[in-house]
Structure formats: C-alpha cells, structure tokens
Design a protein around this ligand. Structure first.
Ligand code: ADP
Ligand code: MG
Length: 245
C-alpha cells in the first residue's frame, strides 16, 4: 500500500534549482533511502514533505490526501513523524517522562495538567521503551544518556504519535558505524511491525545497502536513479556521481 506519493516536486532558491521535478513513492513497512552528494537537494525534499518549505510546484500525497500548503503541525497530526539531527528530548526529564510527554501530546492532553508522578500513559510509555530496548534505562534523565541511546528514545517518541510516515534526515549523523547499522536495523524492524513507511537520508553506504529496501538517488536536484540496493550499486551514473564527488 502506498503511503506517500510525490510527483513533479520542485523548489528553487534564487537561481539554484535545489529540487527539480522529483517523483517517488514509499509503501507501508518500507524503508526508502534518499541518497546523493552534499547539496543534492535531500534536505530540501524533506522540508517540503514536512511542511517547513512550500514547494514551487508538485504534488505530495499522504494516503491520497494533499499535504501541500499545510502547516508542519497539521502534517504531524496526520501521522508524519520525524526525527531530528539535533536532539529533541528534554534532558532534565527521565526517559520515561519524555515518552509520556510524547504520548500526551499525541492524545492532545493538556500539558499544564500533567505531573510526572500522576502516571499518565506510564504503561504505554514502558511498552514503547521496551520496543526500543530502553526499558532498563527508563528512570534515568535523558541528559546523561549515551548518544546512541538518545536516538532510540527519539524513535520511541516518534512511535508515540503512531506515524504512517517517518522522515529521518541523517538519523545516524555522529554515530559510530556499528551503531548506525543497529539504529537502522531497529527502525526497519519497528517499521515492519507497525506498517510505517520510512524515508531516510544516510551518508554511510554500508548502512544504506544493508538496510534500505529501495534507494532513490538525487544529484543537483534531479532524481538520477531508483531501485533496490543491488540495482543502484550497479548503476553507472550513480557510480560516477559518487566517485566524482
Ligand atoms: P542536501 O541535503 O542534499 O545536502 P540541500 O537540500 O540542503 O542538500 O541543498 C540543496 C541546494 O539548495 C544546495 O545548493 C543548497 O545550497 C541550496 N539551499 C538549501 N536550502 C537553501 C536556502 N534556505 N536558501 C538558499 N539556498 C538553499
Ligand atoms: Mg541535508
């Protein structure tokens, strides 16, 4: 089932055609990697999908509904989750409280009524933490966690919103190679369990080829290749872009 479908997507900044006539789709439970050299237009694409940037032209449909012109908050409410390069957790709160906050936000509860001690969504939070193997660290403040563990908490925060689509722009930036593979393997497992469509960017080709179901390649704003890891790795144009960059 197609969750996200994009066509003719374009965005220019002054004379720079950052994204030109790009089309792709992502299915439920699928991990689609968006790759390309620096400046290829990857982040610009992401920002048009989550509502931070308005496309110059093009169609962005989530389960058949147009997202173009909608505010980020409304797009998030429709089930488009994202993880951030900068950490989005509250450092002084515990891991569990961070997840409870995310659940409250998803359920639209009033933040002002909330106190950690009242245990709202406590059990649900623990279920989510168990799914990202962080239940044993639930009572630690987020501020003292290892970087890779924060990333897993952020995944649990994203899951709290029951996303249909998860956008991850360089989720493994700053992580060691073995941690990168582990984070994306966990993401793939969760995506399959919950039927979430995942679109991610990643510099480490070992991670991309190991974890992506499909790959699309951008260069200078244009989509130059699409296929499974074997097909994309064998594509001469992709090889030229990567060897030449
Ligand atoms: P990537 O994420 O693939 O590295 P970006 O989407 O960040 O690429 O950038 C694509 C192109 O658009 C680059 O040439 C970049 O300099 C330009 N660009 C991105 N954002 C802006 C902006 N807000 N204003 C002007 N130019 C921008
Ligand atoms: Mg980028």
């Amino acid at each position: 089932m197609t969750v996200l479908s994009v066509s003719n997507l374009s965005k220019a900044f002054g004379g720079v055609k950052a994204v030109q006539d790009v089309a792709f789709s992502v299915a439920a439970g699928e991990l689609l990697a968006l790759i390309g050299p620096n400046g290829a237009g990857k982040s610009t694409c992401f920002n048009m999908l989550n509502g931070q940037l308005k496309p110059d032209s093009g169609i962005v449909n989530l389960l058949g509904r147009s997202l173009v012109g909608m505010k980020p908050r409304d797009i998030w409410r429709l089930g488009v989750g994202r993880t951030f390069q900068i950490t989005a957790t509250f450092n002084s709160m515990t891991v569990r409280e961070n997840i409870q906050m995310a659940l409250l936000s998803h359920h639209n509860a009033l933040m002002s009524l909330w106190k950690p001690a009242n245990g709202m969504y406590r059990d649900e939070a623990m279920v989510l933490l168990d799914r990202v193997s962080m239940a044993d660290q639930s009572e630690r403040p987020c501020g003292i966690l290892a970087y890779g563990d924060i990333k897993r908490v952020e995944l649990a925060i994203a899951l709290a919103n029951q996303p249909k689509l998860l956008l991850m722009d360089e989720p493994t930036a700053g992580m060691a190679p073995n941690e990168r593979i582990a984070l994306m393997a966990l993401t793939a497992k969760l995506a399959r369990q919950d039927n979430i469509a995942v679109l991610f960017t990643e510099h480490d080709m070992d991670v991309v080829f190991a974890q992506a179901d499909r790959i699309i390649v951008l260069n200078r704003g244009k989509l130059i290749a699409e296929g499974n890891p074997v097909e994309v790795r064998a594509n001469p144009e992709v090889q030229a872009v990567y060897l030449g960059s």
